[in-house]
Design a protein around this ligand. Structure first.
Ligand code: OAD
Length: 300
């Protein structure tokens, strides 16, 4: 991509946001760090923690989200999943900025890589959770889908959830012998120590390495690239394809603004606003004269 001749300043960013009508916003973990959710690749991010503490004995921290590793060692993911399970977090000013863009009828789409659901909690409707969410879960074997709530208790208790549909379809277990009464009290027979009849594991519908993205992604992106008039990239290292490809698939003529703590050279931005995303979007809003909308009273 050829660089623009002109050198653009933060003032141009404000003008562009003011004048644009179909903004695509690509977001990542950096917009949720102020909510208390660590990102992945910063010094104090999730991968550094997994590497340094090594409490799960992983060769590589990415294994925690690798589908092949998950199928072989589901207990590892389920010993950890409660730490990333979306609980009582509140949206950051960056999430509320997205809601504001939507309220001003400027948001074409927010492509988020985050699984915390905080965009929706801030009231954003035009959001695509590219890496899925905990709101549903699917059996890795028979693909039965269930509401995420069905496996919530297992996640919070660090247990591997198994598929009830597979268990129902499985041939009945051989009848157990009647337990014998011993002097020391009731003692179960050996069959009680067998593993569950059909250990088909449920997996929350968050995207793991080695899995495809949710089906809407390609269709929506091809429509959006035709309409977009501005690309905003906020709080992401753009390390993970295919979401990172949103940047290269956008037509060259569309200006792109990067708002991030650290520079991301391969984003090839026209304007770089380096620093804390919450502070930067709050400054932009103040300069435009926008005030953040109140949070929705009832959560969607
Ligand atoms: P990363 O951790 O890779 O990148 C987060 C970026 O946000 C970094 O460049 C930080 O410098 C920046 N950042 C952190 N705090 C910030 C703040 N307060 N203000 C502005 N910038 C800030 O996270 P993602 O790019 O979202 O996927 O990671 C993409 C995917 O990699 C995730 O969805 C996840 C992960 O592996 C899967 O697990 C499939």
């Amino acid at each position: 991509r050829e660089r623009r001749e002109e050198i653009w300043s933060p003032n141009h960013a404000i003008e562009l946001i003011k004048s644009s009508k179909k903004i695509v916003v690509l977001t990542g973990a950096g917009i949720s760090t102020s909510c208390g959710i660590p990102d992945f690749r910063s010094e104090n991010g999730l991968y550094a923690e997994l590497r340094e503490k090594n409490e799960f004995d992983l060769e590589d921290p990415h294994q925690m989200f690798d589908i092949h590793y998950f199928k072989q060692h589901p207990h590892v993911f389920y010993s950890f999943a409660h730490k990333i399970y979306p609980s009582n977090f509140q949206p950051s000013p960056s999430h509320r900025f997205l809601a504001l863009l939507e309220q001003k009828d400027k948001l074409l789409r927010n492509y988020t890589q985050n699984i915390d659901g905080l965009e929706r909690k801030a009231g954003v409707q035009r959001v695509l959770q590219c890496h899925g969410s905990f709101s549903t879960a699917t059996c890795v074997q028979c693909r039965t889908k269930v509401p995420g709530q069905d496996i919530e208790a297992d996640i919070l208790s660090q247990r591997v959830p198994y598929c009830r549909a597979c268990a129902k379809a499985a041939p009945p277990r051989p009848k157990r012998k009647k337990a014998k009464k011993r002097k020391s009290g009731w003692q179960s027979d050996e069959s009680e120590k067998e593993p569950p009849p059909n250990p088909s594991i449920m997996k929350p519908d968050i995207t793991f390495f080695g899995e495809g993205l949710i089906s809407d992604f390609d269709d929506l992106l091809s429509k959006d690239t035709e309409q977009a008039d501005l690309l905003l990239i906020i709080g992401t290292s753009l390390q993970v394809a295919p979401v990172s490809e949103v940047v290269s698939l956008m037509p060259h003529a569309i200006p792109r603004i990067l708002i991030n703590k650290t520079p991301i050279k391969h984003a090839n931005p026209d304007i770089v606003l380096l620093g804390d995303a919450d502070l930067i979007v709050s400054y932009i809003c103040e300069r435009i004269g926008w005030t953040f909308p109140a949070m929705p009273a009832t959560l969607p």
